[in-house]
Design a protein around this ligand. Sequence first.
Ligand SMILES: [Zn+2]
Length: 382
Amino acid sequence: MLDNKSLEWTRSLIKGYYQKATGIAPTNVEKREFGFGDFDKKIAYRHAAFRSAKELLDYLVKNVPPFVSYSSAYYQRPDGRPMETKGIMGAELVFDLDADDLKLDCKLEHGGKWVCSNCLDSVKEETVRLIEDFLIPDFGFKESDMGINFSGNRGYHVHVYGKEVFGLSGDARKNMSDYIAGNNIELTTFFPTLGMKGKRLEGPKPTDYGWGGKLANGVIKAINSGTSSLQELGIEKTEANLLIRKRAEVILGITTGNWDKVNIPKKGEFWGNVLKGISIGQSESIDKNVTNDLYHLIRMPNTLHGDTGLIAKTIGSIKELKAFDPMREAIAFKTGSLRVKIERAPKFAMGGKEYGPYDNTSEELPTYVAAYLVLKRLASVV
Ligand SMILES: [Zn+2]
């Protein structure tokens, strides 16, 4: 819970942001459902609808919600309830990637609520992989069909627009997320001799389309990067060392479709595990809800995240995504400073400067740093 002083201060910051945030309304405002959160719950109230961008922005300035979500679905009656009365017309396709689902080692050090630069870099890397290894080559989406934005805290959202995706059913979306997660893939489709006694293991080549090529390329890349990369794919150290020792031969073999250059026991299970290692790391969260559920609400791009004070900022291109630093580029409250009482916080960088670690201290900090700590419930306004 935020104390009254902190609450009042952060509300005035949020109000100030929305007073200047013209042009943030999404396309087709009048067809979307909106949901709003308070400081305790990200969606406390939904089924809201607006007739125009202006009506939406007036609402934001007047009510100052810490979280704003919208539907990727378009409806005939977006405020209708129950859901069945809304009259769904179709939905954009959305992928939600969160560092929390990546099972990173740094999380053991800093806990689940904190986000470090390793968390942010890792989830960004996964987002780039989702786009460059799956959405573009395998599904044929174009960069111009996509919208990418920072989530405002510890992840990224990828929106796919256009009529190819608009009419997709929940089942079709589930098939897509299964494909990306590497679920239900029959290994024998690209290892035709798998399990046949006395037959050489024929397998995919790096030039093959889809998962076969991904597996071949992934293994070659990991072999070239060394033992730890192979272990990241779930390969035991003994086998990893064996693959490295016979590196040249194994790579040449895979390039020509011969996967029998090293003797590996339980080949099916082995390469199946490696395939899982190459799939997108947060595929569980993709699976869970966002992509498959047409009715899901997701943070509206360029609104604020009430746990950080950062902007769920739209990123213009894949190139910009690769260079994007949210702790610099998603800062909203750029002016002024404030003295806050900080309970405890690890070291972190914001706006190109380092702060902390803090332990029960009082500091005068730039507004955006103070707001970040206050909204993370690690500091309070004095
Ligand atoms: Zn971390």
